[in-house]
Design a protein around this ligand. Structure first.
Ligand code: UDP
Length: 322
């Protein structure tokens, strides 16, 4: 089997690459290295099973050629992180929508199945947690840049269903909830790597507002397991949306305390206004909890790693010099 992974040098994509290469699968990657890193896949660079294209999903002819010669496509390439999205709104929207359109067009043409990585951002400000896949999308105003990302991912989902309906695309939509673990960069605003690095260097741990907002953090290894479950029985999943996340919920203040304890840090936990970091366009979600009944029932998926396991793995990763 030959698999194409867009965004394969990124945090999530590279972990999937590791597992597929271990399974002796042929893997082809397209990554423009805008946020992905060659180091993430450096172990496999000499492996004949891996083929890397440093290019963009906006390169239509390359995408067409690669989709044609692979059997299954994981489409991960996308802008990531609240900070990156607020800093580059145009690029984020354009690459999300045009990139998905290029993938879906070629995949329909050559009848190749696609797993599309969407996001829990889609649920936006909906407060009725846990979110089921058929929950309403509740977004903020268009002048708050954060919602442009959610909206572009939602548009990708609309596109996916339109391609399914009109061109017979075999597509699976996964909505990822706060995925964390080794290789996640602190540069794009994600809270867990930020707090771990702040703690390891005894700098202030920057909790936004009062830290009562909560998230459910899932280990990237669990997310990769979910992808493999889908890859191994795609027939059950075509045309469906699946939340992928854990239901273990924690407040951001509790996260800060856990990380401080697990790093034996001298850091102070401070409370700051996020606007002091993200000039404009930021709005926070108070809660984000997935309902994972669907993926659990259909594919027997349950996350294995606790938040403490994840934090320990991230600490080890940063301590190893990456
Ligand atoms: N957060 C924080 N301090 C930081 C970065 C983020 O308190 O230095 C908070 C942020 O306000 C949010 C949560 O951590 O409530 C998760 O933020 P992240 O950007 O990792 O993910 P998302 O908001 O997309 O869930």
């Amino acid at each position: 089997m030959k698999i194409l992974i867009t965004g394969g040098c990124g945090f999530i994509g590279s972990h999937l690459v590791d597992t597929l290469i271990k399974r002796e699968t042929n893997v082809e990657i397209v990554d423009d290295l805008s946020t992905g890193k060659i180091e993430n896949i450096s172990l496999h660079l000499k492996n004949k099973k891996l083929n890397l294209w440093i290019d963009s999903v906006l390169n239509k002819s390359l995408i067409d050629e690669l989709v044609a010669k692979n059997d299954f496509i994981f489409h991960f390439a996308s802008a990531v992180g609240v900070k990156k999205i607020l800093d580059n709104p145009l690029l984020s929207i354009e690459s999300n929508i045009e990139g998905a359109k290029n993938i879906f067009t070629s995949a329909s043409k050559y009848k190749k199945p696609v797993l599309f990585a969407s996001t829990s951002e889609i649920y936006g400000k909906n407060e009725n947690v846990p979110f089921k896949e058929d929950a309403d999308i509740v977004l903020g105003p268009t002048f708050k840049k954060r919602w442009g990302y959610a909206c572009s991912k939602a548009m990708d989902e609309f596109l996916a269903f339109a391609f399914k309906e009109e061109r017979g695309l075999n597509v699976i939509i996964t909505r990822l909830f706060n995925t964390v673990g080794p290789r996640q960069s602190e540069s794009y605003g994600m809270v867990l790597p930020r707090f771990v690095l702040q703690s390891l260097s005894d700098k202030d741990i920057t909790v936004f507002k009062d830290g009562t907002q909560s998230r459910c953090f899932i280990h990237v290894y669990d997310v990769v397991d979910a992808f493999l479950e889908i890859l191994d029985s795609p027939d059950k999943a075509y045309g469906e949306i699946f939340n992928i996340g854990t239901t273990e919920e924690t407040t951001i203040l509790n996260l800060a305390h856990m990380i401080k304890r697990l790093t034996n840090s001298m850091s102070k936990i401070i409370f700051i206004n996020p606007e002091s970091i993200y000039n404009t366009g930021f709005q926070d979600m108070e809660k984000r909890v997935p309902d994972i009944t669907k993926i659990n029932k259909l594919l027997n998926f349950t996350p294995k790693y606790s938040l403490e396991d994840i934090i320990k793995d991230v600490i080890k990763y940063f301590k190893s010099g990456r």
